[in-house]
Write a protein that binds this ligand. Sequence first.
Ligand SMILES: [Mg+2]
Length: 411
Amino acid sequence: MQPFSVRSWPKAIAHVDADAFFVECERVTNPSLRGKCVVVGKERGIVTALSYEAKYKGVKRGMRIFEAKKICPEVIVIESDYEKYSMFSVRMFDILRSFSPAVEEYSIDEAFVDLTGLRRVHAASYVEIGRRIQNEIGRRLGLSVSVGIAPTKVVAKIASKWKKPGGLFAIKAREIHRYLGRVKIEDVWGIGPNTASLLKKIGINTALDFALRDEFYLRRFLSKPYIQVWHELRGESVLDLNLSKREYKSIHKAASFPPTSDRDFIFSELVGNLESACSKARRYGLAAGRVLVFLKEQQFVTRSFEIKLTSKTNLPIMLIPHIKSAFDKMYKRGVLYRQTGVILADLGTKRMYDLFGGLDKTKKAIRVYEALDSINGKFGRGTLHLAPSSIYFNRNQHRKTADIVKLASID
Ligand SMILES: [Mg+2]
């Protein structure tokens, strides 16, 4: 059979797909789940994700939890924690961006990475770059990913599934025709079930059958998106990567309380929200580029203020001055408030430490927070906190708040 292309790599697109992503995120934070049948989705009563151990026993995604328990009585069922998964997702995409600036965040656990022309930059073959991506994600996040490398997005999707889980598979443009015969038409990305049954009626059962048909013949009954898939299957890249960042990745912390206009109390709540949010960000190795703070009045009016930072951070001490000035702008004497909140947005792993490498103040703050996180990890959330949030942590914790760190001494 004639190859579709004479060249090997007109383009090189990697499709990176995390294996059993939700379950693996849970396992990183709770290693006792390793090697066991685990399903996520307790809150809806439906299996939204499952471990390979559960899959091999016959459990499927979308199944009801009670059915999964029948098939696999020892199954461990847990609630989904989308905030946790999106934190891992942000870090995974950041790692991918360290390999190429062109990354499409296709879903929470899948990305396309344009590696075209980067062999020289990395002094490695495309396959070797794929292996480095896998190693880096494994080393830094403890997650396993499958990587498919091909000249187009549609073929890269096929390649990443080829040896899942933990697979690394490359399909050169010149060799695509050798693989497409084993891919059912309904498994091709972009071909829905209706289109698949239509194509089967005209004798197209595999991706190869489709790719070998005449374009003008297909155009008679297929619309543009399907013709694009046809081109992509033949190794001609026509689908660009969508490089815009997704916005759902943020950390929210809010506190409700009986209506009050007590300024110190409300500010304390806000700082407490900030500390909880930052502590979570540090736990996942993330830092925020944007912070939103809000106050809710009793009358359900919300005042909010957005702070754009010149460099990402996850240290409350660096944010307090901004929070203070935002609070002064929002707070109105005599008004009753019932909720405060902080949202950390534009999360990423930007190397803020390097940026501030020379500044002793930041280095000190980082060390203080490392110590603080380890103490709070041992003795409970909020054991150590900033002075302004005392009221918040006393209120939110039935334990005695042992100490208050005087971080002011850092200045
Ligand atoms: Mg996946």
